[in-house]
Ligand binder design. Sequence first.
Ligand SMILES: C[S@@+](CC[C@H](N)C(=O)[O-])C[C@H]1O[C@@H](n2cnc3c(N)ncnc32)[C@H](O)[C@@H]1O
Length: 260
Amino acid sequence: MKGNEKIAFTAEAVAFMRARENSDKFSKYFVSPKIEHKFKLVSRFIPAYLDKISHKRVVLSNDIDRFIKTYEPEQIIELACGYSTRGLVFTQRDPKLVYVETDFSSVISRKRKILREIETSEGINLSKNHHLVAVDAINSDLYDSLHGLINKKKRTLIVAETLTSYLNSAEHDFLVGNIEHLLERVEEGAYLSHEGMKMLPGLFGKLLLFYRNKVAKTRSYRHFDDAQGIKDYFLNRGFVGVKTSESQVTSNIIYLAKRK
Ligand SMILES: C[S@@+](CC[C@H](N)C(=O)[O-])C[C@H]1O[C@@H](n2cnc3c(N)ncnc32)[C@H](O)[C@@H]1O
């Protein structure tokens, strides 16, 4: 199985939305002039719509942040991190937190370069516990790729934000198997992700998704119908507890599945 690297372009679109919403002071560094120009052009025609979807996207990240905080992880592995600034923000706040960001190699090398620029521009030092590793989540063995960085004794959380909707059912099952294989090797661990319940609304939503799917040669997949479906799936796979929360604002169900 091999991931579709064309999906990587969506990471910059998300960074643009975070920068537009001023969700943090770092996202702007990940938006290239080319993407900024393209989106500004689009936003001339649909400014209110772009505001609305940018806002929802930031709310989703904030909801995920809240779930992360309740679990109190000592070590986070973020799959498909894209240009999310969570790893940077969290490790600047808590330098003891081990944070391993993973994505395709093209994303990881650009992110490393931009993080170095941020260090200079913002006068900060990256935490020595903040790592970036190229991992195709449905190809590479997660544990083999990361075991040198992971402390088996630390409470571990694997996070995937807007990854699973790009995976078909076989790829999704493989991903969860990969996650289980890693979580079996730590003393305490859980997996946090979410399921979108609705497509982008309206004609513009359809057009944006059509554009994304054409460029990235992808589509949107659903894996669960409701919170009960999420619980059944993970409990049947040997997880020991599943917490879910439904957001009306983002039409997502966020779930945290504890392995042990
Ligand atoms: C919409 S972006 C979201 C990025 C980030 N999670 C965020 O919230 O800003 C989707 C990300 O999934 C990554 N991705 C898709 N398939 C992947 C795979 N098989 N392995 C690793 N990353 C993948 C893309 O490269 C891209 O960075």
